[in-house]
Design a protein around this ligand. Structure first.
Ligand code: ADP
Length: 574
């Protein structure tokens, strides 16, 4: 056999394709699930990035707010400022105006100044100057608040760390947390520090007029911003502001922290993210997609497995059919050969002895019966297959019919070494069944009970009814049918594989014919069986609801007449 044909027929190919199919489904599912999760993750990530950007934008805006009054300062000539101070103890008018503007901004409460070469904070002889917004002049100030010296101290020590030779700007800002902002004035020509101007910050104004306003305008609509933002003093462990007072602050709720760049050192923005509409939509679509995908995979797997099982079944069926053909041919030939030989012997005139003649005749008779049975069965199958089974239903008193069947066949069954029993249970209603079909059904079942017998040779047919259904049972105590074969025994050509079926003749057609005929007549067949204990085949037909008159007529219907041996003899001789 060519290699390909061999491979095609082998089961390996089927398993191989099933394996490939399953692998492909798993791979496709895996890829889909992965990309769905990747999509969800990237949406979450971009929502997070967007919020981070909003927080940064907020802190930058606050920072720029501090520098607003000093926009022109980087263009000032520090030589000019220094010379004016040295000559008169005042700054030039244009700089005085800058400071006046700064102080008119409620963010700053007071402005102080110390030249860099003086140290009013540690040396009592050195003055500290305070700005007078009305005159625009600095005057010596006594009893300065502690924050002024803190601000000067920070600015001076910050400038000590800077290499002034490389510095490119004429001023440098240093914040003392949220308390003050100090501007170091740098003369880039002489590379020296002119002095330090300290702006005291109004905390309440900063908090409630600047930060709160900005916070509410940016994050006040929690749904739109997708987060709740708190301004927290981490040194004091105090919540200063909240963008939405409905949400209580708690550390575990915080998803992101954002410091103010170079200013308000002790204050920090803390944000808790709510689910953004984009993320919620992605989550919902992920769930939806996973459900649809799961369903599709389930269906695909189901279809694959179904196709596989179906192919497997068809293969088994084809094998059984092929086996059947081989068997039938063989079995048709055998009786014919026997009959041919016996007939030849008789017609030759070689056999004249009466006893031997009788023997040959019996041989021919037996084989003819065998042939007839087989041909009948084949015709039944052919009829069932082509859908040409004719049903001639009649209203039957099955109780009566079964009793007659029992009486007619009792001798035969007992001659096979079986005890045969008929049990009728109460009043049995009429049913509409084709009597010929009923005969075929009973014959097949009883014959099987004889064929597949065990040690205990008992067969029982019974009839019972619950008035809406009529149930016929054929029970034996034979070899039984294994559980996993119980469904298959009704399949065409199926025979249970065991030593007994090897010994008995059959083609696996009887029960398939029985089932088909039962169903054609509107009934159903069930099987209960246990290996080595026996089998019970139960057939249920719906009871016919009829008038009392009809009931009497039905009683008179001729019971099924199953040909007994004498009749068969006559039939065979016709
Ligand atoms: P066949 O008898 O020609 O093999 P059937 O369709 O009548 O075909 O039965 C199918 C198979 O079911 C049989 O081969 C046998 O293995 C099993 N079987 C049927 N009836 C019985 C029974 N009463 N007890 C045990 N096995 C049975």
């Amino acid at each position: 056999m060519p290699l390909f044909k061999k491979f095609k027929q082998s089961n390996t190919l089927r398993w191989f394709f099933l394996g490939i199919g399953i692998l492909a489904v798993i791979a496709l599912t895996g890829m889909n699930v992965y990309s769905l999760y990747a999509l969800q993750e990237s949406t979450i990530e971009s929502a997070k990035e967007n919020r981070k950007f909003q927080l940064e934008e907020f802190t930058n805006k606050v920072r720029h707010r501090f520098y607003r009054p000093f926009r022109g300062i980087s263009k000032l000539d520090m030589n000019d400022l220094e010379n004016s101070w040295e000559a008169s103890g005042h700054f030039p008018i244009h700089f005085q105006n800058v400071l006046k503007d700064a102080l008119s901004d409620s963010l700053f409460s007071n402005i102080y100044y110390t030249p860099d070469y003086l140290d009013g904070c540690y040396n009592e002889e050195h003055p500290i100057y305070k700005f007078d917004p009305f005159s625009g002049l600095f005057t010596i100030s006594e009893n300065n608040p502690k924050e002024v010296c803190d601000g000067f101290g920070i600015s001076k020590s910050r400038m000590n760390t800077i290499t002034i030779e490389d510095f490119r700007w004429n001023n440098k800002v240093a914040f003392d947390a949220h308390r003050s902002m100090t501007l170091a004035l740098i003369n880039l020509d002489d590379r020296n520090i002119v002095g330090h101007i300290n702006f005291m910050i109004d905390r309440d104004h900063l908090l409630h007029n600047i930060l709160e306003t900005e916070l509410m305008s940016k994050f006040g609509d929690t749904e739109e911003s997708g987060m709740v933002v708190w301004v927290r003093d981490w040194m004091q462990d105090e919540i200063l502001l909240s963008s939405n007072s409905d949400f209580k602050f708690s550390r575990d709720k915080v998803d992101m922290r954002q410091r103010f760049p170079d200013l308000l050192d002790n204050w920090v923005l803390q944000a808790s993210f709510l689910q953004s509409p984009a993320v919620a939509a992605t989550n919902a679509s992920l769930t939806r997609n996973l459900i649809v995908l799961g369903f599709a995979v389930f269906v695909l797997f189901g279809a694959l497995v179904f196709m596989f099982i179906n192919a497997q079944r068809e293969r088994e069926f084809a094998q059984r059919q092929a086996g059947f053909l081989a068997n039938v041919t063989h079995e048709l030939k055998t009786p014919l050969a026997v009959m041919q030989a016996a007939g030849e012997n008789i017609s030759d005139g070689r056999v004249t002895d009466g006893e031997r003649l009788k023997g040959y005749g019996e041989h021919i008779y037996d084989e003819a019966i065998r042939l007839r049975k087989m041909i009948d069965k084949l015709l039944d199958v052919a009829r069932v297959d082509s859908g040409q089974t004719l049903i001639k239903k009649a209203s039957l008193n099955i109780d009566h019919v079964l009793k007659e069947y029992y009486q007619k066949n009792r001798a035969y069954v007992e001659s096979q070494g079986f005890s045969f029993e008929f049990i009728s249970n109460g009043k049995i209603p009429l049913v509409m069944v084709d009597p010929d079909h009923l005969e075929t059904i009973l014959n097949n079942l009883v014959e099987n009970s004889i064929k597949y017998s065990g040690q205990t040779k008992e067969i029982q047919i019974g009839i019972s009814s619950n008035q809406s259904d009529v149930k016929i049972t054929v029970a034996d105590k034979g070899m039984g049918i294994p559980r996993k074969a119980q469904k298959k025994v009704f399949d065409k050509f199926y025979r249970v594989e065991n030593s007994m079926t090897g010994l008995t003749k059959g083609h696996g057609l009887g029960l398939s014919i029985v089932k088909n005929m039962v169903e054609l007549n509107g009934g159903k067949i069930d099987l209960k069986s246990e290996v080595n204990k026996g089998s019970i085949f139960s057939i249920t037909f719906p009871a016919r609801q009829i008038s009392a008159e009809e009931q009497d007529e039905a009683h008179e219907y001729k019971a099924i007449n199953i040909p007994d041996r004498v009749e068969l003899e006559q039939y065979a001789r016709q």
